[in-house]
Design a protein around this ligand. Structure first.
Ligand SMILES: Nc1ncnc2c1ncn2[C@@H]1O[C@H](COP(=O)(O)OP(=O)(O)OP(=O)(O)O)[C@@H](O)[C@H]1O
Ligand SMILES: [Mg+2]
Length: 276
């Protein structure tokens, strides 16, 4: 199978680029539907990459394959030069891949703080014995986790609602909490599936700032699916465009904006270059 050749990067041995995520010739079929059809993408260390395309293009399916919730029928997926094609989701979190979902998934009965603490506890450095005997390491670690949790909540302006249950939050806050929780796993690669969906314009602008901060302050690479073209065009270093399962274009936002295939498939006249 020949990989689709629209990754738009020099990926040869002399390219000097460092890729965190790489898919090659990935295919996923559901009956007669080829949801992901021979897709090859590279996400570079430290960049914000966008995955766009019309409804049903295969974007979420590709995310499911990358994050181990589903496995490809064909092709390979590499993270940090390690083959993760068949690695289960929980192992991928340990390796440093975290995601959010198109339909928000939170522990609704738990407090906002506890939703983030659960994710922070993946990095915990004490044993059951330390906890049962209340040894100093237990308290030290719990203080570290509480401080880290606070840092994430403050970053997303969720400090004032930290004791509320996740289920009681407004929609935009729930989206932010889901990102905070993904970040708290210690991720190096964050996949965001339509993070701005359902947000009002102000919330979307705040979210853009937060995504930029996550990327620069925490040195986290981000791959995001988004239908909000303004957000995508303004914050992404690189874009991939899917249509009917296939990767039809890849490049900088300016390249993609002018690509006739993309205009025909998706952007039409809705493209905008007015970054805030
Ligand atoms: N589990 C599944 N079983 C059968 N078909 C599926 C399954 N998951 C996805 N599909 C089909 O695969 C195609 C791609 O779906 P996918 O959800 O990946 O698209 P998408 O690009 O994320 O769309 P949207 O922008 O609407 O979220 C669609 O035709 C969808 O109906
Ligand atoms: Mg989707």
């Amino acid at each position: 199978m020949v990989a689709t050749s629209v990754t738009s990067r020099q990926t040869g041995p002399n390219s000097g680029m460092s890729f965190l995520l790489r898919t090659r010739g990935v295919i996923r079929r559901f009956g007669g539907v080829v949801a992901v059809d021979d897709v090859s993408i590279d996400v570079r260390c430290g960049e914000i990459a966008g995955l766009i395309g019309p409804n049903g293009a295969g974007k979420t399916t590709l995310f499911n394959l990358i994050t181990g919730l589903d496995q490809p029928d064909h092709g390979t997926i590499e993270f940090d030069r390690r083959d993760i094609t068949t690695t289960p989701a929980h192992r991928l979190v340990d390796l440093g891949i975290a995601r959010t979902f198109q339909n928000i998934r939170l522990l609704d009965e738990l407090s906002v703080a506890d939703n983030v603490k659960v994710a922070c506890h993946r990095s915990i450095c004490y044993t059951t014995i330390h906890a049962l005997l209340r040894l100093p390491r237990f308290f030290r670690e719990e203080r570290r986790i509480a401080a880290r949790c606070r840092e994430f909540l403050d970053l997303f302006d969720l400090g004032p609602v930290c004791d509320d249950t996740a289920g009681s939050l407004a929609y935009g806050q729930r989206r932010k909490l889901e990102i905070a929780r993904a970040l708290a796993t210690g991720a190096r690669l964050l996949l965001l599936d339509e993070p701005a969906a359902g947000m009002n314009p102000q919330e979307t602008r705040d979210l853009m700032d937060m995504i930029r901060r996550i990327n620069s302050e925490f040195k986290i690479s981000i791959l995001l699916i988004e239908h909000d073209m303004k957000l995508v065009m303004c914050i992404c270093d690189h874009l991939f465009v899917m249509d009917h399962g296939k990767l039809i274009a890849g490049g900088t936002p300016d390249d993609v904006r002018q690509n006739p295939k993309v205009i025909e498939a998706y952007l039409g006249r809705r493209s905008t270059s007015n970054c805030p």
